[in-house]
Design a binder for this molecule. Structure first.
Ligand SMILES: Cc1cc2nc3c(=O)[nH]c(=O)nc-3n(C[C@H](O)[C@H](O)[C@H](O)COP(=O)(O)OP(=O)(O)OC[C@H]3O[C@@H](n4cnc5c(N)ncnc54)[C@H](O)[C@@H]3O)c2cc1C
Length: 502
């Protein structure tokens, strides 16, 4: 039987980033996905500033930005009866992609199917193992680990794998979640959608490229249209009722008619595929059950408005990976793993209703634009996830335990570029550097020219491998026992008190 420390089921963005983050922290893992390759369906496209900040630290932000280059000229949301008709701009000015005062990560549009290869390559280069065309068909959990049965679809062979931990990155319809009997709060399905991927030359009808078009005409088409990285590939989506029809009912003939109705012209169309997905909301009641952890859509789903689905999944993976690495490496106890649920689930529970309201604000009035609902505070949603109250919220950006470390340029490097695979002490004095050396903690000394005092105050800040503040000290550099204080703080970060909200 194959033995691995971590088995990851699901090779979407949550599974792939789990694989990458674990590999970079020295944890071998095996990822399986039932599909033979990357899907042609674009799905997640908006990669937010926080995710790009994390991708920078892992050295893949440039490759992801290159994958997004075809979408650089796109902006706004247009409404029309057909592409050939008149357009009304529902959203015209997009938010700036860079928030230089807050983060070095820049928002990027890049389709899931162009980002996945970047993650696959980086994870494999770091030593991760991936098996495609391989489905996990059953699993049993005991006190020491998980035994899973894999089905290699191309050969029909079955194989058993033994893992210390199982990461369930198996999407919205997670069978792992169902098998464990983990219910979801707020569960509701808004609509079922068929996504038609097609090739056509739409240049004559598209004088300006929108992020997406909402198209409604009485006779033929009511839904959305988005581009793809390939200039002649597009995706049209329409709602359907699963009680009366299925993906098989979207025949080539019907899809061609739908696309022509959306465009408003009898153009040549080549249908490449039809996929179905549901627009739903739901947050798992537990993110951890023993040896199993839910990440990404298996843990939470909500509508696409705000582009926070996959981004939140990446941040789940980021939060979990260093904890698994610390426990598997013998540096932390099992209680640290409980903090994954305690930290990440409340983030999703707060985001879910806010995103539903945001979707209603954007689309709620039906096809011609928003009514009702409430816009999302984008910067707070993207950068503001926090795991503890801030007892003394200081001037904007001051470090606070349980909050994302403030952005700061340290010469050519952003502070978050340093937070990859271990705790880092940011400090401003040689005494703290020496204390870090004695305590065995990696440290970086900021120069006052970096703006350290304005952003970080004085003293030292211990930052977790996921960029969150573990501890702040304002003790003077001349104070005794700095190394002892630091070692003690690190120990408390790795051996936390049991969470209270489980
Ligand atoms: C139209 C649309 C637009 C979106 N836009 C955005 C956006 O701009 N930004 C954003 O952040 N999010 C967006 N989202 C949401 C985003 O796509 C999802 O949140 C994200 O893709 C979920 O990733 P995941 O890895 O959790 O799950 P998935 O991508 O669903 O991956 C799950 C994987 O698990 C595999 N699997 C399942 N069961 C098994 C098994 N038993 N054995 C082996 N493999 C298995 C499946 O094959 C699948 O590949 C959008 C979604 C849609 C539908």
């Amino acid at each position: 039987m194959r033995n691995v420390p971590v088995l990851i089921v699901g090779g979407g963005l949550a599974g792939l980033t789990s694989s990458l983050f674990l590999a970079r922290q020295g944890v071998p893992s095996l990822l399986v996905d039932r599909h033979p390759g990357v899907s042609i369906h674009g799905k997640a496209r908006g990669i937010n500033q926080r995710t790009m900040e994390i991708y920078r630290a892992y050295g893949i932000a440039d490759a992801v930005a290159r994958a997004g280059a075809p979408f650089d000229e796109e902006s706004g949301v247009a409404f029309c009866e057909s592409l050939a008709g008149e357009w009304k701009w529902l959203v015209d000015a997009d938010e700036p992609r860079a928030w230089p005062d807050l983060t070095a990560g820049e928002f990027c549009m890049a389709d899931q199917n162009t980002v996945e290869p970047v993650l696959i390559e980086a994870a494999r280069a770091a030593g991760a193992e991936h098996l495609r065309d391989t489905e996990m068909i059953s699993f049993d959990v005991d006190a020491d680990g998980v035994t899973a049965t894999l089905h290699h679809r191309s050969t029909g062979d079955r194989e058993q794998v033994r893992a210390r931990y199982l990461v369930a990155a198996d999407g919205n319809r997670s069978t792992i979640r169902s098998r464990l009997g983990i219910a979801r709060t707020m569960e509701r399905t808004f609509m079922h959608t068929a996504n038609i991927v097609f090739r056509a030359d739409l240049a004559p009808f598209v004088p300006r490229r929108a992020l997406f078009w909402i198209i409604a005409n009485p006779g033929g088409f009511s839904g959305g249209l988005v581009s793809a990285a390939d200039p002649n590939r597009w995706q049209a989506s329409v709602a359907y009722d699963p009680a009366v029809e299925s993906a098989a009912d979207f025949t080539e003939h019907r899809c061609t008619a739908l696309v022509r109705a959306a465009v408003g012209a009898e153009i040549d169309v080549e249908i490449e595929g039809v996929g179905v997905w549901e627009q739903a909301v739901g947050v798992a009641e537990q993110y951890r059950r023993g040896r199993v952890f839910l990440v990404g859509d298996s843990a939470h789903v909500w509508p696409p408005a705000g582009a926070l689905g996959a981004n939140t999944g990446v941040q789940d993976a980021h939060n979990l990976a260093w904890k698994l690495a610390a426990v598997l490496g013998g540096r932390a106890g099992d209680d640290l793993l409980d903090t994954y649920d305690a930290e990440r689930r409340p983030v999703a529970e707060a985001l879910a209703p806010a995103i539903v309201a945001h979707q209603e604000a954007r689309m709620g009035g039906g096809s011609d634009g928003g009514s009702g609902g409430a816009e999302l505070d984008n910067r707070a949603a993207v950068l503001g996830a926090s795991y503890a109250p801030c007892p003394e919220p200081g001037p904007a950006g001051r470090p606070c335990v349980g909050h994302r470390a403030p952005h700061l340029w340290l010469g050519a490097v952003a502070a978050h570029d340093l937070f990859v695979d271990e705790f880092v002490l940011l400090c401003d004095s040689p005494e703290w550097m020496e204390a870090a050396r004695s305590a065995g903690v990696r440290a970086h000394r900021a120069d006052h020219a970096d703006g350290w005092a304005e952003r970080y105050g004085s003293g030292a800040v211990l930052v977790r491998p996921d960029g969150y503040v573990a501890w702040c000290s304002t003790r003077a550099a001349s104070a005794p026992d700095l190394a002892h204080d630091l070692a003690d703080a690190l120990d408390r970060a790795l051996h936390p008190a049991p969470p209270t909200n489980r």
